[in-house]
Every structure is written in C-alpha cells, then in structure tokens.
Design a binder for this molecule. Structure first.
Ligand SMILES: NC(=O)c1ccc[n+]([C@@H]2O[C@H](COP(=O)([O-])OP(=O)(O)OC[C@H]3O[C@@H](n4cnc5c(N)ncnc54)[C@H](OP(=O)(O)O)[C@@H]3O)[C@@H](O)[C@H]2O)c1
Length: 324
C-alpha cells in the first residue's frame, strides 16, 4: 500500500509525491543493492524514486518497479541528464528510457547546468564547456523541451540551478522547469532560492535532506546536533523524521536515501511540527558555523564543482568552504 503522504501539484498540473527514495549509492552502480533497496521501499509504501543516468543504476530501479507488479502509473519516476550528454539530449534520454525499461519517465532533470566534455577521460570531471560555450544550458533546455512532444516524459526540470542561472534560463523557456533539485536541509535552507522559485511557480526538491550523515569526517552532523536531537526527543520521533517533516511542511519535495528497512519506514512517516518546532529548524543555520553545505565535496577545495567556479554556478562560495 502506498504511504499516506501529501503530493504537490506542479506548474504543469502533474502531481509529485512529497517524499521519494534517493537512489544515489555514493558511487556509481549498486547492482543488487539498489534493486533490493527499491523493492523494499515499494513494500514500505514508497512510490517515488529519484535516479540519474550518472548513478549507473537506472536498470535496477526500473526492474524493481516492474517486478513489484504494481501498475507503472502508480509510481513517480525521476531520472537525470548527465553533464557529458548536454549535446545529445534526445539520445541520452532514449538510453535512460531503455535502461529503465519503462515506457515513460515522470520527470527528466538537467542534473547540473554545466555541460561536460563528452570525450574527456573523466566524463564527470573538470573538463567542461564554459557557460557561454555551446551547448549552453539554455540550448540543452530547448532540447529537453522537445522531448515533451514525444509523450515519453511528462515533466522536465533542473537541478543545481542558482537564482543567477535561473535568471538566464527562464526568459528562454517555452516550458518552465517544474522543479529545481538542490541540496537543502536546515543547515542550507536555501531561503532566497526557495522564495525566488516559488515566485516563478517552481517547487524545490531537497537532495541530501539528511545532510549525508554517513560520512565519517563530517564536521557537522544534523544527527549529532543537540538542538535537533532535543526536538526529536520532545516529539518522540527520530532525527530523520523531524528533518523530512520540516522539508515537506515548508512545501518542498524531499528525497532521502536509505537501504535500511526500518529507516525506510520511519523516513516516510511524517510528524506534524508546530510553528515553534518549525522555527527551531528554520533558525538552526543562524547558529555560528552552521550555515553551510553538508555534502562531502572534494571538488569544493579546488574552487570548482564539476569544472565550474562558484561564480559560474552562482553558489555562495563561503557556504562550500567547510573543513572537509
Ligand atoms: N541532483 C543532485 O545533484 C543530487 C546530489 C546528491 C543527491 N541527490 C539525490 O538525493 C538523494 C538523497 O541524498 P543523499 O543520498 O546524498 O543524502 P541523504 O539522503 O541526506 O543521506 C543518505 C544517508 O543517510 C543515511 N540515512 C537515511 N535515513 C536515515 C535515518 N533515518 N537515520 C540515520 N541515517 C539515515 C543513509 O544510510 P543507510 O542507507 O545506511 O540508511 C545514507 O548514508 C540521493 O540518493 C539522490 O537521489 C541528488
């Protein structure tokens, strides 16, 4: 049975379940682990899955959905266009569809605004086109819009877009992105981006909504934070439930990843947060040293993320200058 969680209506009239299972396994692939994770999640009531060509596991996600025996139209399935594929949107989309072995995807996202050089040794490395070089993200978006005519994708959106880059993109859109998927949790609440996107009818989707707690060298962990722990204990739920409920209550879609069946069940069980509870989490980033990315990103040290500078991405660099 599907979990009882709200869905949000997107700007194209489609509906997106407010919680989905993140399928990034930390490194590309995952094989049986991903298949089992998705099958268990379906049993736990998940009907929304977030994968990407770059995760190398579309086949396992698609197979779990098919093997569940539940009709395809009861699922919400997202995949993403890889950076090296900006110059070949149609082909890359067809490859994803083939890997997923499904008739359509619900949502196709541009994973990052930067186009990777397809022939470079490291497809997801620093070999990228500069923002003004072709294929620009505007050109890529125009090719994504064309996919909507084929009926094999219901909605299109973006990921890792800043206000700066949305300001460049949106005037060229015939179809606006339905969502912008970005890192978001109480340490990086994205308040300005959220207000901007809402003013344009774009819902934010929160990736790494738990702040990727597994990293052993994580200097800041929401799971070790006394303020968050105290709130969770007052509500008699676990920290992840508090973080996920905060995300859904502020009308953002949340896509936590877990392979653990117990956590799967609790992550999709929402708790009602009172306005004062919401404020505790809203204000957490105001504590000294708490306003920052929690994603382990070695790239940040080089002053670039997948080849673009923070200025090119429109990301405030100081938030990414943590002691990773
Ligand atoms: N668009 C992008 O560029 C982008 C970037 C990053 C991520 N994403 C998407 O967002 C999804 C989620 O982000 P993420 O995987 O980076 O981080 P996350 O969901 O914040 O954290 C995942 C980690 O939290 C652990 N976890 C999950 N539930 C827990 C709980 N209740 N208690 C304690 N630990 C828990 C998981 O371990 P166990 O599995 O052992 O439970 C896993 O190690 C990804 O899977 C991917 O789909 C997108």
């Amino acid at each position: 049975m599907a979990a009882e969680i709200p869905s949000f209506t997107l700007n194209d009239g489609t509906k997106m379940p407010s919680i989905g299972l993140g399928c990034w396994m930390g490194t590309p692939g995952g094989d049986e682990r991903v298949y089992n994770m998705c099958l268990n999640a379906i049993k736990a009531g998940y009907r929304h899955f977030d994968t990407a060509a770059g995760y190398g596991n579309e086949a396992q996600v698609g197979k779990a959905i098919r093997d569940s025996g539940i009709p395809r139209n009861e699922f919400y399935l997202t995949t993403k266009l890889g950076n090296p594929d900006h110059g070949r949107v149609k082909e890359a989309f067809e490859e994803s569809l083939k890997n997923l072995n499904t008739e359509y995807v619900d949502l196709y996202l541009m994973h990052w605004p930067q186009a990777g050089k397809p022939d470079s040794e490291q497809a997801w490395g620093d070999a990228v086109f500069r923002p003004s070089e072709s294929p620009t993200f505007v050109e890529t978006w125009k090719d994504m819009e064309k996919l909507l005519n084929g009926g094999k994708v219901k909605s299109i959106g973006v990921s890792n877009f800043s206000i700066k880059n949305l300001e460049i993109l949106l005037p060229h859109c015939t179809v606006a992105p339905v969502t912008n998927q970005v890192e978001m949790h109480p340490c990086l609440p994205q308040n300005d981006l959220k207000a901007y996107c809402e003013s344009k009818g774009i819902i934010l989707t929160a990736y790494s909504p738990l702040g990727q707690p597994a990293g052993p060298d994580q200097p800041i962990s929401l799971f070790n934070n006394d303020i968050v722990k105290k709130l969770a204990s007052k509500l008699n739920v676990d920290v992840a439930q508090v973080l996920i409920s905060w995300g859904v209550q502020r009308k953002t879609v949340v896509i936590p990843k877990t392979e653990n069946q117990q956590r799967m069940a609790s992550n999709i069980t929402l708790v009602q947060l009172l306005p004062e509870d919401m404020k505790i989490l809203d204000d957490l980033h105001l504590q000294p040293g708490m306003h920052c990315t929690l994603c382990f990103s070695a790239k940040a040290d080089s002053g670039r993320i997948f080849g673009w500078t923070f200025d090119e991405l429109g990301f405030p660099e100081h938030l990414y200058r943590t002691k990773f």
